[in-house]
Design a protein around this ligand. Structure first.
Ligand code: BG6
Ligand code: GLC
Ligand code: GLC
Length: 895
């Protein structure tokens, strides 16, 4: 027994292990991990090249944008016909997609028929090929009794590189694999198909989308798995697609959201990038192919070439006497005699060796058992190299996605299809293992798309159809916000007429045109310390301004005005302001300084002098009682006086109990709040001017730029003021020529020359007018551009019917307009899956700060989504796109 073992050991030693000699012969095809990492890095560089606008034209890996922007979300539905051209089989299908069930639960039903393509058509004229395609389609519709009464949306899987400018248009870049059809390169394939369908006639179909097989595969798998962001084909050809951040896709405008990129990785190496990995067998395969020098990576990897690579290796080894005792058959010399199906059979578990023997015998060879082991091993090395190369490419894509998303670990699904992956017994396992070894930090799931691409193509079409109808409805809703040039001209004319009417004494105007008694803008020589109070913007502000020749220093403090004070009594409001002023003077340590104070009061006031202003009516969020028709300067003075009076009671009050304070009739109301009284101190103000915020703005800017003659506010409210010729201001005619008393006194006293006096007169020839343009439209003149959403916002405001222009444009109302539109779109089922949440029903959720964030172009949709989420509005990516659009348009409307 021992002797037998010894002999057989010696015998095998002498004979040499047949796999070893193959290993030696094919050492260049056995890639270890360092080489794979190197290839992966090279592919990453190629992807970058293909994505960049500058290098795309010269890039071997074309990275074609597909215009597929989202993976399915399960809500797709509909019935489609589908064409699948470019794989090993040409198929026509009917696909029915039911909503919300997914593929595994039977959400997609399909019927298909394979139509052989006569070989001559693969190198014939484009029209002939497409006539065959459309005739097959007609035959299918007929055979399956698909009614021609209604139009059928058609999904087209076309497994060749196309440059898309939209989903239903794609220019063929070049043919690959076994196609070499004439007259189509650079032409729109969808158009070619439509024309062929028209030529065939008798069909009612509409080609809605054309997609690459990789994209269709990703979509098919994505219907059940939301992590599926990569599509991979290892079939007759090989290719991969993935979801890329649009900001990285130079060839498509916009930088928000994602887009599927068809890498066309088959072309990797066409520029020599893989030359050091290419063997003599690869060169031979390439030289004998339809497209020498092209699709180098594909030729090392895909089903159309694997069998041929094996044949060339076997032939060469046989010729060298390393196989079959040097015997070579004619069959072995013949191109295409070993196919990928043979390779798969030779590597079959258990039966592989027998299959190998049968295959070789079929080729008129007479293989020994060692020959069979060796040839099987050749197959293994060739197909292993293929899965290794695919793993390297895939690792590059996955690490790019991981980096794009700034993740430490990535969870992702890859949808896979293709005859090699589906039929080769070891291929999937090997591929998965190597990918996981190259990328230990990624959790990669591979999902086989076992029923072909057409489901995915139908889903793309369904998404396109859903988005098209959604878009139409959203567009219709938003249409009234899009103002044409003509409409803008009309608004301009009405504004102008309103401004002119407002200057007249007779007749009414919705625009008040209030004289401000500011005759000149500063010239930068002003100096001194002033106290400035600013009421009517988002907050109340107290400021100390120190003008020192072209240089103003500013200290300020901001106080919020609670809603109940804005809308309480006038006395409470002005007491509150007096209290803020007191606090500010304390803060500045200037309680006893008697400073001149300017009061910016951002509401319409009738003025007869610079230091008096009668409030015409509240606007924006204010409606404190007993103020309209009163001089606001006096009201502020009185509030200060009240504090000073109450000061007398301060001491007593702090010593009284709260009940005693409340019941004591001599204690002024302000002092009844013990806490308030506890920090009262005496102060006085010399209010020298009351101005509107527009006027204040113009004055501050004019201090820097003497040309400034207009002040514009686009804030909580909106308004404008400008320097008007006094002669045009009819309202103040009676006052013209007699400026205020002080000035007359000064005029009398000073001994200025006539010229100087003329100059002064010239200076007094203009006066700043506070237009109060927010009131445009209060007489109905904007009714034709006011949308139902604006009406709703107006009705819910505290001053219905007033400030119509302001309500179309200013910060206080924009958020509400957006909310009304979103509510309407949601009620119509176009947003948030039709779910109207309590949050969405809550007035004021969209503050202007959110709007400006959402509108910012650089902000990714994911952030829009997160803002919506913060607001309790959970939405999909599509929802975010629509929300952003609503906001863009409402703001655009404003401008
Ligand atoms: C199929 C698709 O499932 O996979 C084809 O329907 C695609 O369109 C194919 O081209 C790729 O595999 P193969 O092996 O048929 O080229
Ligand atoms: C070829 C085609 C490509 C396709 C792939 C798989 O590489 O160029 O578009 O995806 O084959 O079918
Ligand atoms: C409102 C006020 C106006 C102010 C504007 C901007 O329109 O009526 O006086 O200028 O808001 O704050």
């Amino acid at each position: 027994m021992f002797a037998v073992h010894l002999v057989s050991f010696l015998f095998t030693k002498l004979q040499e292990d047949p796999t070893k000699k193959v290993d030696r012969f094919l050492y260049a095809m056995r890639l270890h991990d360092d080489q794979l990492k190197d290839i992966s890095a090279r592919f990453q560089a190629e992807m970058k090249k293909g994505l960049s606008a500058e290098s795309n034209a010269a890039a071997a890996v074309k990275m074609l944008p597909t215009h597929v922007r989202s993976t399915p979300d399960g809500t797709e539905k509909g019935q489609f016909v589908a064409l699948d051209l470019g794989g090993s089989k040409f198929k026509v299908l009917q696909v029915k997609v039911r909503e919300g069930m997914g593929i595994r639960r039977g959400g997609v039903e399909m019927e298909e028929k394979i139509y052989p393509i006569p070989k001559e058509l693969l190198s014939g004229r484009g029209t002939e090929l497409f006539d065959h395609v459309s005739e097959s389609l007609k035959d299918f519709l007929h055979e399956k009794n698909i009614s021609l009464e209604k139009k059928h949306p058609l999904a087209f899987t076309f497994s060749f590189p196309c440059e898309h400018s939209k989903l239903d248009q794609g220019l063929l870049v070049n043919w690959s694999k076994n196609y070499r059809v004439r007259g189509l390169q650079g032409k729109d394939v969808v158009k070619t198909l439509r024309e062929a369908i028209d030529r065939t006639g008798g069909m009612n179909v509409e080609v809605l989308a054309m997609v690459n097989d990789t994209v269709a595969t990703m979509m098919t798998c994505g219907f059940d798995d939301q992590y599926c962001d990569v599509g991979l084909i290892i079939g007759t050809g090989t290719n991969a697609c993935y979801m890329e951040g649009l900001r990285n896709v130079d060839l498509v405008e916009g930088d928000e959201g994602r887009m599927c990129i068809n890498t066309e990785w088959g072309g990797f190496g066409d520029d020599g990038a893989l030359n050091d990995y290419i063997t003599e067998f690869d060169r031979e395969v390439d030289a004998a192919s339809n497209n020498p020098g092209k699709q180098i990576f594909e030729k090392m990897v895909s089903g159309m070439y694997l069998g041929e690579l094996v044949r060339l290796v076997v032939l060469k080894m046989a010729k060298r006497g390393k196989l079959f005792d040097g015997q070579v058959s004619d069959a072995l010399r013949t191109t295409g005699k070993i196919t990928t199906a043979h390779v798969a059979a030779m590597e079959q578990y258990k039966t592989g060796l027998n299959n190998t023997r049968d295959i070789l015998t079929e080729l008129d060879l007479n293989p020994s058992p060692d020959d069979c082991v060796a040839v099987q091993h050749i197959s293994t090395i060739v197909s292993f190299r293929s899965s290794n190369l695919v793993a390297a490419g895939l690792a590059a894509i996955l690490s790019r996605i991981k980096r794009n998303r700034n993740l430490r670990t990535l969870r992702i699904t890859v949808g896979v299809d293709g005859t090699v992956y589906k039929t080769h017994p070891q291929y999937p396992k090997r591929l998965h293992k190597v990918v996981r070894r190259l990328l230990p930090e990624c959790h990669v799931r591979f999902v086989l798309s076992d029923s072909g691409s057409s489901k995915g193509a139908a889903l793309v079409t369904a998404v396109a159809q859903r988005l098209a109808s959604l878009r139409q409805q959203v567009d219709e809703t938003l249409c009234p916000f899009k103002l044409s040039q003509e409409q803008l001209q009309l608004v301009k004319a009405r504004m102008r007429a309103g401004l002119e009417a407002g200057l007249k004494t007779k007749g009414s105007s919705a625009i008040k045109m209030l004289p401000s008694y500011v005759y000149r803008t500063p010239d930068g020589t002003e100096h001194g310390k002033y106290l400035a109070l600013d009421l009517g913007g988002t907050n109340f502000r107290a400021m100390m301004v120190n003008f020192k020749r072209q240089n103003a220093r500013l200290y300020h403090k901001i106080y919020t005005i609670p809603l109940e004070i804005m809308q309480g009594t006038g006395e409470e409001l002005f007491d509150h302001i007096a209290q803020c002023v007191s606090d500010f003077l304390d803060y500045m340590g200037m309680k006893n300084a008697h400073l001149p104070a300017g009061f910016t009061f951002s509401f319409p006031c009738e003025q007869t002098a610079i230091d008096t202003g009668t409030l015409v009516s509240w606007t924006k969020g204010y409606k404190a009682t007993d103020c309209e028709g009163h001089d606001v300067v006096s009201m502020l003075r009185e509030a200060i006086k009240r504090r000073n009076v109450s000061q007398k009671f301060h001491k007593d009050v702090t010593e009284m109990s709260l009940d005693e304070v409340k019941n004591n009739a001599t204690v002024p109301p302000i002092c009844k709040q013990k806490t308030v009284c506890s920090y009262l101190q005496e102060f006085d103000l010399d209010i020298v001017a009351v101005v509107n915020d527009t006027v204040g703005t113009m004055m501050s800017c004019a201090y820097e730029d003497p040309q400034c003659e207009i002040g514009l506010i686009a804030g909580t409210g909106t308004n404008v003021c400008y320097m008007e010729e006094v002669k045009n201001i009819e309202k103040t005619k009676e006052l013209i020529g007699k400026p205020d008393k002080e000035e007359q006194e000064e005029d009398k006293q000073d001994d200025r020359t006539e010229r100087e006096k003329k100059e002064v007169d010239a200076e007094l020839s203009k006066m700043c007018i506070n237009t109060e343009w927010g009131g445009l439209g209060d007489d109905g003149s904007l009714d034709d551009i006011i949308t139902p959403y604006d009406m709703e916002v107006n009705q819910n405001s505290i001053n219905p019917g007033r400030q119509r222009f302001e309500k179309l444009t200013s910060g206080m109302y924009l958020g509400e307009i957006v909310r009304q539109v979103l509510l309407d779109l949601t009620r119509g089922g176009l947003l948030f899956r039709g779910h109207v949440t309590e949050t969405l029903k809550t007035p004021g959720i969209f503050e202007t700060k959110y709007l400006s964030q959402i509108e910012s172009d650089r902000l990714a949709l994911l952030q829009v989504r997160s803002i919506l989420q913060q607001l309790g509005l959970k939405g999909t990516c599509d929802d975010s796109i629509i929300v952003k659009e609503v906001e863009d348009l409402t703001l655009c409307h404003t401008v």
